[in-house]
Design a binder for this molecule. Structure first.
Ligand SMILES: Nc1ncnc2c1ncn2[C@@H]1O[C@H](COP(=O)(O)OP(=O)(O)OP(=O)(O)O)[C@@H](O)[C@H]1O
Length: 706
């Protein structure tokens, strides 16, 4: 029957599974761990395994629970399954994320026990997790928390819960937030005891609660165990300890557990993913089958070879050797450009004339990089698909500040507008002076009124007169000139630097926002026109979510690109500080390379999305400041060189005749790993570096081994 199944797949869908894949697909009972490399068919095999159970063993689709990490992956798994087997297999398989499966358990339990609860995730929720954490942070630390730090705090809380860390051990982990233990405890208590008399749940609580319910309530546990006789898990490397505990419980007593994973693609360690737990699978299930799949079907030979070498630089990994029989398709291209603008121009010019935009992806480390790209593509009328975008950008306070400066230039009598910006340029206006203004003639310029303030020093009066002129000038400027004038002449950027030092806001991000605003304003002629353009861009980015597989270039973070594949991939902004992040570099310098290895895995995930063409881009200047190319670029360059050496060196043999571009004809006298000695007809014996000869394409073989 199995032969028939594979023959059928071959004739119907042109899929010819290899031996390892077949072995995995045919497992019927017990725990199975498929440990595999990128593009080796993990999702394809998992889906075929499900189909095989249904076709061959008449397993009821409703008895199958197929879990994965993210909503997008669950949807992708579901779509891919029904695209292939849709006409043959009835609906009923539950493709789900672990979170939504856990939520289902909670809803059931709370329903039968009449417990009131409320989710606190998402901006739309009235009971919003972010605002709860902001308030608690303020109460505990008597200071405000900015968005970046709030993300970090939220990730630390996830980390504690996903790794099931005991509260008493919390301080063993060096979490960044000040008084993290107090904040954590207050947050946890508040969700149980609050003014709404409801249990408040965040995403991580879904896992904790579901695990508790399954532990305490045999009836519910049995209900789910009876329903889901086969449990599958894709992207197993991203599951955390608590998630594994839930999956294990459901799979009992038969342990029909089929997990596919690639520890080299584990990129959520910062939130508590724990691939090591799966790598100890055999210790937990001594009857477990472990199957390795290492043949990559996706990418060309060079992409596979180089990616392999890059990931080999990680020390904490299960050794695997990815290979492919796919042909070469041109070398990986490293593109080094001076500025971000050049980078945008380069990428957009490279894809302008491409017919099939669905085949192209532009990937980046940080969401914010997507804004400049989206804007450029929009200007060039190139359709794009963007799943997540930096929503805050369009309502960011930096944008609001710029608009307030401009508004004030149109009405320098407005005290509320002055109030909004007086600390954001070098005004040196005091609160008392602002109060004084409120009692003055409101039909006059605030600057004219302020000079009347009693005992005002002469230099301040001079400044106020200058400001009056400056704001008049600002009013006459084009949007681009206005932003630059605010940044540099009114010293807004200098103020931001001080502010970011005080609050921990990333100055890099603030500068990037200003640069992007400059980019957007470039061809606009008035402030209304600039605001219209911003609104248009926001709308287009929002609507771009509908463009998936609809003739559009994909713009995505590296994290969200997991599981996807494209003919052509560009990875942009490969600079130190972005990938790897500053934090990972800092930790590495202190001897902890865990975070840096996760960054390398992220780069590896991006590289292995490419089927045929991969271009890795870096810039010399970011936000007008000099930056260094990512160390991963250097690693890749080294690998490319080594690869060339490997492919060249068999032909570079002792006694072969070669022609050197500068020294002419000669015979190879000796050769080792790095050096070559050639006796040149006209220049005598010379010792040369092989790397240099290859890099500069200096040597040509005339006659082999004579
Ligand atoms: N035996 C096979 N013959 C031909 N193509 C295959 C085979 N197995 C898988 N593929 C193709 O290889 C590509 C990668 O498969 P799949 O997405 O299942 O891999 P994966 O291991 O889940 O990848 P990743 O983990 O990198 O996201 C797909 O285009 C798939 O159709």
């Amino acid at each position: 029957m199995s032969i028939k199944f594979f023959d059928f797949l071959k004739t119907e869908f042109n899929i010819d599974f290899n031996e390892k894949q077949r072995t995995a697909i045919l497992q019927k009972y017990g725990p199975v761990l498929v440990l595999a490399t990128p593009g080796s068919g993990k999702t394809t095999v998992l889906n075929a395994h499900i189909a095989y159970l249904i076709f061959n063993y008449n397993v009821n689709p409703e008895n199958i629970l197929a879990l994965t990490f993210s909503k997008a992956s669950a949807k992708d798994m579901n779509d891919r399954f029904y695209e292939t087997y849709g006409g043959l297999i009835p609906d009923g398989i539950k493709f789900s994320t672990i979170h939504s499966f856990s939520y289902k358990i909670i809803r059931y339990y709370y329903y039968i026990n009449r417990i009131n609860y409320q989710l606190i995730e998402g901006n739309r929720s009235r009971y919003n997790k972010r605002s709860i954490l902001q308030k608690i942070y303020r109460r505990v630390n008597r200071s405000n928390i900015n968005d970046d730090k709030l993300d970090e705090l939220s990730n630390s809380i996830s980390f504690v819960k996903n790794l099931m860390i005991n509260f008493k051990d919390i301080n063993d982990y060096k979490f960044q937030a000040k008084n993290f233990d107090k904040i954590y405890k207050t947050y946890e208590d508040y969700k149980k005891n609050n003014e709404y008399n409801m249990i408040l749940l965040d995403f991580d609580d879904m896992l904790i609660e579901a695990n508790n319910i399954l532990e305490k309530n045999q009836y519910i546990l049995k209900k789910y165990q009876d329903q889901y006789k086969y449990v599958m898990m894709d992207e197993g490397q991203d599951t955390s300890l608590i998630q594994n505990k839930i999956i294990e419980k459901i799979a009992l007593p038969k342990n029909n557990l089929f997990i596919v994973c690639d520890d080299d693609q584990s990129i959520y360690g910062f939130r508590g993913a724990q691939p090591k737990y799966l790598l100890d699978f055999k210790e937990r299930y001594n009857d477990a089958k472990i199957i390795f799949m290492e043949q990559n079907y996706r990418s060309s030979k060079n992409i596979v070879d180089i990616s392999n070498k890059v990931i080999n630089n990680n020390s904490i990994r299960y050794p695997k050797m990815m290979f492919t029989v796919n042909p070469e398709s041109g070398p990986i291209k490293i593109v080094k450009l001076k500025t971000e603008k050049e980078q945008l121009d380069y990428v957009v010019n490279s894809i302008k004339s491409d017919e099939y935009l669905d085949d192209i992806a532009i990937l980046y480390r940080n969401n914010i990089s997507g804004i400049g790209l989206a804007q450029k593509l929009y200007e060039e009328d190139i359709s794009f698909y963007m799943k997540d975008y930096h929503r805050n950008f369009f309502s960011h306070w930096v944008l609001n500040d710029i608009l307030n400066f401009v508004r004030f230039s149109y009405d320098d009598r407005s005290i509320p507008l002055l109030q909004a910006i007086y600390t954001k340029f070098d005004s040196y206006i005091s609160k008392k002076e602002l109060e004084f203004l409120k009692e003055q003639d409101v039909t006059k310029s605030v600057f004219d009124n302020l000079v009347k303030y009693p005992h005002m020093k002469a230099f301040k009066k001079r400044n106020l007169k200058r400001f009056k002129k400056d704001f008049k000038k600002l009013k006459r400027k084009s949007p681009l000139e206005a932003i630059r004038f605010i940044r540099y002449d009114l010293k807004y950027e200098e103020r931001l630097e001080g502010y970011s030092e005080l609050t921990g806001y990333s100055m890099e991000n603030l500068r990037y926002i200003l640069n992007t605003l400059e980019g957007i304003s470039e061809d606009t002629y008035s402030m209304e026109n600039f605001v219209d353009k911003l609104n248009n861009l926001k709308r287009i980015m929002h609507e771009s979510r509908k463009n998936r597989k609809n003739g559009a270039v994909t713009l995505s973070t590296l994290h969200s690109s997991k599981g996807l594949e494209f003919k052509k991939v560009f990875i942009v902004d490969l600079i130190e500080g972005q990938i790897p992040t500053k934090e990972s570099i800092k930790r590495e310098a202190m001897g902890d390379s865990l975070a840096l290895e996760e960054e390398r895995r992220l780069c590896y995930v991006g590289m292995t999305r490419a089927k045929e063409k991969l271009e890795m881009l870096t810039v010399g200047y970011k936000n007008n400041e000099e930056v260094l190319s990512s160390r991963f670029i250097k690693e890749i360059e080294k690998c490319i060189l080594e690869n060339k050496k490997v492919s060249c060196s068999p032909s570079l043999k002792k006694d072969s005749i070669v022609r050197h571009k500068k020294f002419g004809l000669g015979m190879i006298k000796d050769i080792n790993d790095s050096m070559i000695i050639i006796d040149f007809d006209k220049r005598g014996e010379k010792q040369l570096s092989i790397d240099m000869c290859i890099k500069r394409d200096l040597l040509e073989i005339i006659k082999l081994d004579c």
